[in-house]
Design a protein around this ligand. Structure first.
Ligand SMILES: Nc1ncnc2c1ncn2[C@@H]1O[C@H](COP(=O)(O)OP(=O)(O)OP(=O)(O)O)[C@@H](O)[C@H]1O
Ligand SMILES: [Mg+2]
Length: 289
């Protein structure tokens, strides 16, 4: 499975930098007020069963069972190196698990240690946004957005431009359609990166620490965009983040990854207030101060 098959528009050097848990210092987590909007309708969009993945002798995904519902924001938390990005990449088709099954929108896209033929039909329903800005600096916003649809789907220029205008409007960036990425702030670039993922009209948006490099108010704007997308378009969002404030307020589900397994999958209130999982408690305490 090559990255190019999924996201031909991505530069290949999108290294994720280590996230600093200390960025979250000072955030209070007790008694979170759950302010998420309309949650999904309870229909399952993604199901992973028994995912296994090793790098060399190290087991990274041990036995991951994971479910996401349509129209939900699922926040994935866990220690650095616990396998969060590996899980997202497996769902996006950027990395293949060693074993297990992945079902997206009723289609079994991974089974018997390989991608199935159904993956081709589902691929465009899965968008991914990364921590670092992955826009091509030498192209303006419009060209960044239309590159994949034109190359992959052979979409024509006017259809692609219309779609780009709609996607940029969804993230509040319509007036920047002819700007170059270097003329945009970090938050604006991430909103463009989300718009680019929306070009394929995904049902599932996988976001890997997309606000980690942003100041808190700018990060909040980007997260607001995700909330609107789930509320207005019913997109399911999986968000890996160290932003516990967002996790406690805006998530429909909180998934705590520990030692290659999903140790807790609960509502934010249950995860942060009532969980008797000691590893989650330790993790939350570590990021609280
Ligand atoms: N392609 C790879 N080759 C070898 N090891 C890898 C590869 N990708 C990930 N790993 C290792 O797998 C482990 C889990 O990585 P992963 O990126 O999924 O963690 P993470 O939970 O996203 O961590 P972080 O919060 O730091 O982003 C890490 O120890 C990492 O070094
Ligand atoms: Mg990661």
């Amino acid at each position: 499975m090559s990255n190019a098959a999924v996201s031909p528009q991505l530069p290949t050097n999108f290294q994720q930098k280590d996230n600093e848990v200390s960025e979250q210092k000072g955030i209070r987590l007790t008694a979170p007020e759950h302010t998420a909007g309309k949650a999904g309708n309870g229909q399952v969009l993604v199901e992973a069963r028994g995912l296994q993945k090793s790098f060399g002798a190290r087991k990274i995904l041990r036995n991951v069972d994971f479910q996401m519902n349509k129209g939900d924001i699922t926040v994935i938390i866990g220690k650095s190196g616990s396998g969060k990005s590996t899980l997202l990449r497996a769902l996006a088709g950027l990395t293949d698990p060693d074993d297990g099954e992945i079902v997206v929108d009723g289609q079994t896209v991974f089974a018997d240690k390989q991608r199935t033929k159904l993956w081709d039909g589902v691929r465009s329903e899965v968008g991914m946004v990364f921590q670092t800005y992955t826009l091509w600096p030498h192209m303006n916003v419009l060209d960044n957005l239309v590159l994949a649809p034109r190359k992959v789907r052979g979409a024509n220029a006017s259809e692609s431009r219309e779609r780009a205008e709609a996607a940029l409007a969804e993230v509040g960036m319509a007036e920047h359609i002819l700007s170059r990425p270097t003329q945009l702030s970090g938050g604006e670039r991430q909103r463009v990166a989300i718009a680019r993922a929306l070009m394929m009209k995904p049902k599932l948006l996988l976001c890997d620490e997309i606000t980690s490099a942003l100041d808190p108010p700018v990060a909040a704007e980007v997260l607001d965009v995700l909330r609107r997308l789930k509320e207005e378009d019913g997109i399911a969002v999986a968000l890996v983040t160290h932003d516990m404030a967002f996790a406690s307020k805006a998530a429909d589900r909180v998934v705590f990854f520990h030692d290659g397994e999903i140790a807790v999958n609960a509502t934010p209130a249950a995860a942060f207030n009532n969980s008797d999982n000691q590893d989650l408690k330790k993790f939350v305490d570590a990021v609280r101060f």
